[in-house]
Write a protein that binds this ligand. Structure first.
Ligand code: CUA
Length: 333
């Protein structure tokens, strides 16, 4: 029993140790720093629940302190019975009922699919995100590992997966929704702040589950339109001799069997579309920056960076060739 006993002094130390951890409650992937209408509602529910929990904890600890320190003597059994019935039977359903009603009242707006406006399709792959946007001209453009959204507009997501269950989650903007093979699940989000946020897979999906992240860029509507227009355009031609040789090597070594680069003969659909890969904020689903050096590392040993990845290592290619392919890809802005 002695080991279980917490003196007020040890509580103080624990609180002091826990204090720096509160720093983890902010940042680009925090449910407690909402940047969207839905995330604000979820955060509000969290604070109400926390408030009630602290209140109940305070009352229980208050009673414990009262009977052990303030009035440590036998109590009237009738009062004790009422306390147990009231505190143990009546109050919990009341408190839980109020919180349940509050939580349920948020559900309709949180789970309502956005019927109008932009509809983005996201497929959870092993271990990256295939993202499809409709273009103003009525077509579709495919991107990877990056979601861009116009601020102040409700956007719908159609979520799927070809093989294993993932969960699509942008904590700063709203709740998470599972991506289930054979089904299309829906989510709608309305960002309220311009900025760069972080999304993650929230369902264990295999070896590299923890290396399956993406950037979410919330932009002014005009900037968003310009960006989408640019993404819909074909890849720009290689700039300079090294990049030109890189493009040749990319096509000659069969990279186009898995990857598409619109505007070239590479039209593979297994891996991420690389048409504008150089303009993305990350390579390999949030694991590397998109500079030439990172492309070199990725092409040579993808499995070292993302264990279990489907892409084979191309370290059998001569180093200058890998360098030229990396130069070419990093230029695809
Ligand atoms: Cu995908 Cu975890």
């Amino acid at each position: 029993m002695d080991a279980m006993y917490l003196s007020p002094r040890s509580w103080g130390w624990r609180a002091l140790i826990a204090l720096p951890l509160l720093g983890g409650c902010s940042g680009p992937q925090s449910t407690l720093q909402p940047a969207g209408v839905d995330a604000e509602q979820i955060a509000r529910l969290f604070w109400w629940m926390s408030g009630f929990a602290i209140l109940i904890w305070g009352v229980v600890i208050g009673c414990a302190v009262f009977v052990t320190y303030i009035k440590p003597r036998p109590h009237d059994s009738r009062v004790a019975r009422w306390l147990i019935l009231g505190g143990g039977v009546v109050v919990p359903p009341l408190v839980l009922g109020v919180l349940l009603a509050f939580g349920l009242s948020l559900l309709p707006s949180l789970s309502a699919p956005a019927e109008d406006g932009l509809q983005i399709s996201v497929s959870g792959e092993r271990w990256w995100w295939r993202v499809r946007y409709p273009t103003p001209s009525g077509g579709t453009v495919e991107l990877a590992n990056e979601v861009r959204l116009p601020v102040g507009e409700r956007v719908g997501f159609r979520l799927t997966s070809p093989d294993v269950i993932h969960s699509f989650w942008i904590p700063s903007l709203g709740g998470k929704v599972d991506m289930i093979p054979g089904r299309t699940t829906r989510l709608s989000l309305e960002p309220t702040e311009v900025g760069v946020f972080r999304g993650a897979c929230a369902e264990f999906c295999g070896t590299s589950h923890a290396l399956m992240n993406f950037r979410v860029v919330v932009m002014e509507p005009d900037a968003f339109d310009t960006w989408l227009e640019r993404q819909a355009s074909p890849a720009r031609p290689p700039q300079g001799e090294v990049a030109r040789r890189g493009q040749e090597a990319f096509l000659a070594n069969g990279c186009g069997a898995c990857h598409a680069i619109r505007g070239t003969s590479a039209d593979g659909v297994l891996g991420p579309d690389l048409t504008h890969v150089g303009s993305r904020l990350s390579l390999a689903a949030g694991t590397l920056p998109t500079d030439a050096e990172s492309f070199e590392r990725w092409i040579s040993h993808p499995d070292d960076i993302k264990p279990g990845v489907n892409m084979p290592a191309f370290d059998m290619l001569p180093a200058p060739q890998i360098h030229s392919i990396a130069t070419y890809l990093s230029q695809l802005e």
